[in-house]
Design a protein around this ligand. Structure first.
Ligand code: DC
Length: 228
């Protein structure tokens, strides 16, 4: 059996997608691409320029104009990659809580999605890629060879995000993170444009109570064609 060349990995925030996808891509010698950084970069630049997030026209125009680049890490500070927005390194800025709090409405705008989807598809079609997002299996790469949907309860995901933020030395409140997570889940899954949902042919992996190693082992089995 040939190995799947395009692998989509979708699921809600903090289900472990980026950790698992990066490890998997490294093992396979594939490119790892996290599409969430593109929505985050648009959101960060909008906030920094003082644009009104509720102004769909302005935010869409920004998404159509901004040049987002994702390269291998340029600094050895624990980053998985370097993200540029119009030439500025925004790798850590896009992880700030104010971006978390504003990225869902930005990613709900159809015009923003259309602009970013075109770029994602171009990258995905090169193959040998693990692409992470919310709508990769359903919209961006509907012909992906293997579609994985990572899931976990909202409490478990909030706990993981809380630990992540704390580890970076930033202040964090569990209850606040849980609330933001619930709000994002709701917007992401109820929006009209490409809502978060597993593709009909996606394999759902429930990660509650599983370690990274255990999830990775499951995903590797799927790549090898076991359980498929
Ligand atoms: O995976 P993340 O937390 O970095 O994603 C940030 C936001 O972008 C999240 O609210 C959902 C949205 N997103 C999306 O709508 N479609 C994608 N393919 C990736 C992310």
């Amino acid at each position: 059996m040939t190995k799947p060349s395009t692998i989509s990995m979708d699921g809600p925030a903090a289900a472990g997608k980026s950790t698992i996808a990066e490890l998997l891509a490294e093992q396979l010698g594939y490119t790892y691409f996290d599409t969430g950084v593109m929505y985050r970069a648009v959101t960060w630049v909008a906030l920094e320029r003082g644009l009104d997030i509720a102004d769909e026209e302005t935010i869409t125009a920004l998404a159509e104009k901004i040049k987002i680049d994702v390269t291998r890490p340029t600094v050895d500070d624990g980053r998985q990659y370097t993200v540029y927005a119009d030439g500025t390194d925004v790798t850590w800025q896009i992880r700030r809580p104010e971006v978390d709090a504003n990225v869902s409405p930005v990613s709900a705008y159809p015009g923003v999605r259309a602009a970013l989807t075109v770029q994602q598809r171009r990258i995905g079609q090169r193959g040998r890629i693990v692409m992470v997002g919310r709508d990769i299996g359903t919209v961006v790469l509907p012909d992906a060879n293997l579609k994985i949907y990572l899931d976990a309860s909202v409490e478990e995901r909030a706990r993981r995000r809380y630990l992540e933020v704390r580890e970076r030395g930033q202040p964090a409140e569990y209850e606040e993170i849980l609330e933001t997570m619930r709000r994002r889940d709701k917007i992401d899954s109820e929006r009209e444009a490409a809502p978060l949902r597993p593709a009909d042919d996606a394999i759902i992996v429930d990660t509650d109570g599983l370690s990274i190693e255990q999830v990775l082992a499951k995903v590797e089995d799927l790549v090898r064609g076991k359980d498929r």
